[in-house]
Design a protein around this ligand. Structure first.
Ligand code: PMP
Length: 639
């Protein structure tokens, strides 16, 4: 019957790279003639457009298979072992080796390591511990196998790596002399591997290597008492095998997604890292109402205490009356109002740059800016204590990120020299959000200019706080040069909402045209723009606010010193390191009981074991409040 005729179809795709062919993708199927036609398209698609690159050589080989030669096998049963770390995963391999009476992992591991550089699999004699592959570089390739597709009309998914692995493992463990297989993927993003034997079945282990590692390989464990190497190699390379009843990913025991989430919540609770929120029922200010009780707030980013300033409220209401509330569209469509334009002009003037662009939050400003500017082949040099939004921006860009030691300009320069690139950026917080220290800007700019790298500085905690008149880090150092990209937020000292980037006209035009977080999001309300504008005007018109804040910082640090805590800061952020997460929570709770709201900051906002009180001062805290807070903090830490 024509329908019964089978064909083996094999595809190999490669790419020419520095004079030799780099393997990109491969696949094989055993199909009826009708199915072969459908399959070719998807194999070409798979070969030509692969994550590893676009192939420039594609070989498709079609062979008729004699039905009588086909060995039909039942698929191995699949189980999954969840592990938290790859080290636990390796212990699972050790357990498996015991189950199949093979030598322990200590003995096998050096052989696993040898497979990392191999193309095919290793055939290892587990008794004599010798390798049996005729070509040690190439290794052995198991071939002529597929899952049973006789019942399927359309071959819908040719790309199922998971099912392909079960087919391969089923053939391998049924091979004469082979007692088991170990497989670790070389895909840096795929950490799950498996072990397989006839008795154990196909056992997936969720982590078998470190994230990002390309160290993967495959070992066939061979017992020379049971067969000759030639018999095994012949079977692996020539025997046509069709595997029946392969568990598809859809029918295998999939995890209950909500249970997975609940498990994470439980783990966070066990480690004192679970977050809950307090609900404030008053305006943000140096005093707030929480559960009907008044507290002194010493944890807010509203450093100048502007959120309820009468001028802010007046200007916001004025804008609401004129523009209503929502903006109704993204900036590039219908959501741009004259208030948005006015604010951007104001920011540019305030920051002494040619232009500025407003984003919906500071978080989005970093995410959208870094990812729009940085591209494949480029390098971003990033301070190890940079804010999460910078880290996420780097992750979203296709550039490589190189992290340098905190505020260590010698290390930055070393890393620049070690990581040559033709397009790069250096990015840093101006005032570090959890430590309150200030970037060494003069040296930062000097290095960026020397190596022709874009300089980007995040002024979230600098604007309105440092510099004689609160203009930020450039004023603080009294420099007459500005970083290429001055990013900041309108949500902290300025007292409103939103983020911004200030810089050259070229930069701002580029961001308007390419920054996805700007283009694809409804703009902030014109009323908020008015509030932001008013906030900046107040900073300009009431310089005494900034001075009061700076004076409060000095006073509070002195109070801490008097209480025996030697802590100094030049910014509104004063970290009091406690270390242990639970202790930090307890100290914060005690302060709350004494009328002071000072948040404890824990991992992942800061490193594990670096939990702290993050005191954040306002221009409006009184000396009495600061003195009392210093005393209570020290007492709570002792008790
Ligand atoms: N950068 C830094 C350094 C920050 O601390 C923050 C806010 N915590 C942001 C950016 C994000 O700004 P926003 O809150 O406006 O999203």
């Amino acid at each position: 019957m024509a329908d019964k005729e089978l064909f083996s179809i094999k595809m190999r795709a490669s790419k020419e790279e520095s004079g030799s062919a780099k393997h990109i993708s491969g696949a094989e199927k055993i199909l009826s003639e009708k199915q072969v036609y459908q399959c070719v398209d998807s194999l070409i698609e798979r070969g030509l457009h692969h994550d590893k690159g676009e192939a420039d050589f594609l070989n498709i080989k079609l062979e008729k298979v004699n039905e009588d030669d086909v060995l039909y096998l039942d698929a191995l049963q699949v189980t999954t072992i969840e592990v938290d770390t790859y080290k636990e995963g390796l212990l699972e391999i050790d357990k498996f080796l015991k189950e199949i009476n093979a030598p322990s992992l200590d003995t096998i591991m050096p052989f696993i390591e040898q497979t990392y550089s191999m193309r095919g699999a290793m055939l290892l004699d587990v008794k004599k511990l010798i390798r049996l592959e005729p070509d040690l570089q190439r290794g052995i390739r198991a071939t002529y196998m597929d899952q049973d597709r006789s019942g399927s009309k359309s071959i819908s998914n040719f790309k199922n790596h998971y099912e392909e692995a079960i087919v391969l493992a089923t053939k391998v463990v049924n091979c004469p002399g082979i007692i088991g297989e170990i497989c670790i993927s070389d895909d840096p993003n795929y950490l799950t591997g498996y072990v397989a034997s006839k008795d154990v079945g196909y056992r997936r282990i969720t982590k078998l290597k470190e994230a990002g590692s390309e160290n993967g390989g495959r070992i066939f464990l061979f017992d020379s008492d049971k067969a000759t190497p030639a018999e095994a190699i012949d079977f692996l390379q020539k025997q046509v095998v069709i595997v029946k009843n392969v568990t598809s990913l859809d029918t295998m025991e999939r995890k209950n997604p909500m249970e997975v989430l609940a498990k994470t919540n439980e783990r966070l609770k066990e480690n004192n890292l679970f977050r809950t929120m307090k609900s404030i029922s008053s305006a943000q200010g140096s005093h707030v109402i929480l559960d009907g009780k008044e507290y002194v707030l010493m944890a807010s980013n509203s450093y100048l205490d502007l959120t309820k300033h009468p001028y802010m409220i007046e200007k916001t209401l004025e804008a609401i009356n004129k523009y209503g509330v929502g903006s109704g569209g993204s900036r590039l469509t219908t959501g741009n109002t004259s208030m948005h334009d006015l604010l951007e002009d104001k920011i540019a003037k305030f920051k002494d740059t040619e232009a500025a662009i407003v984003f919906n939050t500071g978080y989005v400003a970093n995410l959208a800016t870094i990812s729009a500017i940085m591209r494949e082949g480029g390098v971003v040099f990033s301070d190890e204590l940079n804010h999460a939004s910078i880290i996420d921006g780097c992750r979203l860009s296709k550039a490589r990120t190189v992290v340098y030691k905190h505020n260590d300009m010698a290390d930055l320069e070393r890393k620049i020299l070690e990581n040559p690139c033709d397009f790069g950026m250096v990015v840093s917080d101006a005032v570090f959000s959890m430590d309150g220290d200030i970037l060494n800007l003069p040296e930062f700019i000097r290095i960026c200019q020397k190596y022709k790298l874009l300089s980007m500085v995040d002024e979230a905690h600098a604007t309105g706080v440092i510099g004689k008149t609160g203009h930020g880090i450039v004023e603080h150092y009294e420099l007459n040069v500005t970083p290429d990209i001055l990013m900041g937020t309108l949500s902290k000292a300025i007292g409103g909402e939103g983020g911004y980037v200030a810089g050259s006209k070229t930069l701002i035009e580029y961001l308007r045209n390419t920054a996805r977080g700007f283009i694809f999001s409804t703009s902030l309300s014109p009323a908020i723009m008015a509030a932001n504008l008013a906030g900046i005007e107040i900073i300009e018109n009431e310089p005494s606010r900034v001075q009061r804040l700076q004076e409060n910082v000095l006073y509070f640090c002195n109070c801490l010193k008097e209480e025996g805590l030697d802590i100094s800061s030049k910014t509104a952020i004063i970290p009091i390191i406690i270390g242990d997460e639970k202790k930090a929570m307890d100290v914060s709770q005690k302060l709350l009981e004494n009328g002071f709201f000072i948040s404890a900051i824990r991992y992942p906002t800061v490193a594990k074991g670096q939990a702290r009180l993050r005191v954040a001062l306002m221009a409006t805290h009184t000396h009495e409040e600061l003195k009392l807070a210093a005393r209570l903090i020290v007492e709570s830490m002792r008790g």
